[in-house]
Ligand binder design. Structure first.
Ligand code: NAD
Ligand code: UDP
Length: 337
């Protein structure tokens, strides 16, 4: 089976994807600098799968360390998760975001090129669509983004398109994630944000477990069914499975493939709160507050292309997403600590 290098494989999406890769019998090597994750994740992945993973503590911006990894292993493809991901933080420290997300990717691709490894799956984001009409489709224009984080994703997508145009041996998948939530159903791995969560679902589960007092719903006056924002929430395990399908595709072809990984359905913030309460029996204390700068009223995916070309579709509904979030939260009230 092919050997896959997962940069940022100890993170939220990376860890769930590594589990699915190991379940599909891929050999997995993880590279991470633990900027936003902890070593404990690695033993949890091994515990779920009963398989060993090779790990390197490495920063994707460190060329010499990357070269060492590529010279010690025969790598068939890379899934590039490593990066910084907070929209708010990216407005405060944009240079760090460009350095990590853009320079890090250029560095990685240079080393891949040197070792003739030209199969790459890149973690992109629905943010690249900006103010397009919904549902978002892969062939829509991109780049009308409103923050440095989104811009890093857009720029990397453009760099990778140029890379393929310069050398048609490359086979690259740009996966545009929508809103991943939930956790592995074992409750052994999940999302553990540093400090106060920025994202909706981790915030809800911290309110439910009593670590935070109250959720503020950002805006109740949007032009949506109940006035709150609509997003396309996807179970992280469904998202992870999308990566194994994308790998199958790029390992058997060349080109640039772009896929939305979403469910195609939108839920409002109030609907998410209700789904969480209904599926877990936990009350979520909330109030409606002002809008958050930069939020769009609604976005969700058209996910037909991934279905047609990869045979991938999501399996888990919103109740399962909430249940698994709560199971992870209850079993790990202090995260991986
Ligand atoms: P995460 O922070 O949990 O995982 C990222 C991992 O990369 C972490 O383990 C971190 O320690 C590592 N990392 C960061 N910079 C690194 C570097 N320079 N060298 C080596 N390792 C480094 O984030 P996630 O939610 O798992 O996201 C994974 C990818 O998916 C990111 O690129 C993110 O931008 C993208 N994405 C995430 C979402 C989301 O909602 N979670 C949505 C769209 C796209
Ligand atoms: N949201 C909220 N309160 C919070 C966090 C998020 O009302 O404490 C809303 C946010 O305005 C957005 C939705 O929940 O409409 C999803 O936000 P998140 O940050 O999770 O993802 P985004 O789609 O912004 O990347």
């Amino acid at each position: 089976m092919p050997t896959i290098l997962a940069t940022g494989g100890a993170g939220y999406i990376g860890s769930h994807t590594c589990v699915e890769l190991l379940n599909e019998n891929f050999d997995v090597i993880i590279l991470d600098n633990f900027h936003n994750s902890v070593p404990e994740v690695l033993s949890r992945i091994e515990c779920i799968t009963g398989k060993k993973i090779k790990f390197y503590n490495c920063d994707v911006r460190n060329k010499e360390n990357l070269k060492k990894i590529f010279s010690e292993n025969k790598i068939d493809a890379v899934i590039h998760f490593a990066g910084l991901k907070s929209v708010g933080e990216s407005c405060k420290i944009p240079l760090d975001y460009f350095d990590n997300n853009v320079s890090g990717t250029i560095n990685l691709c240079n080393v891949m090129k040197e070792f003739n490894v030209k199969n790459l799956v890149f973690s992109s984001s629905a943010t690249v669509y900006g103010r397009n009409p919904i549902p978002y489709k892969e062939d829509m224009p991109t780049g009308d983004v409103s923050n440095p984080y989104g811009r890093t994703k857009y720029i990397v997508e453009e760099i990778l398109k140029d890379l393929y145009a310069s050398d048609n041996d490359w086979s690259i998948a740009l996966l545009r994630y929508f809103n991943p939530i939930g956790a592995h159903e074992s409750g052994l791995i999940g999302e553990e944000p540093n400090g106060i969560p920025n994202n909706l679902m981790p915030y809800i589960s911290k309110v439910a477990i009593g670590k935070l007092e109250k959720l503020t719903v950002f805006g109740g006056d949007y032009d949506t069914k109940d006035g709150t924002c609509i997003r396309d929430y996807i179970h992280v395990v469904d998202l992870a499975k999308g990566h194994t399908k994308a790998l199958d595709k790029i390992l058997s072809s060349s080109g640039i493939q772009i896929y939305n990984l979403g469910t195609g359905k939108g839920y409002s913030v109030l609907e998410i709160i209700k789904a969480f309460e209904d599926s877990t029996g936990q009350k979520v204390n909330y109030s409606i507050g002002p809008r958050r700068a930069g939020d769009l009223a609604a976005n969700y995916s058209d996910s037909q292309k991934a279905l047609k070309e990869l045979g991938w579709k999501t399996q888990y509904d919103i109740n399962k997403m909430c249940k698994d979030t709560w199971n992870w939260q209850q079993k790990n009230p202090n995260g991986y600590k």
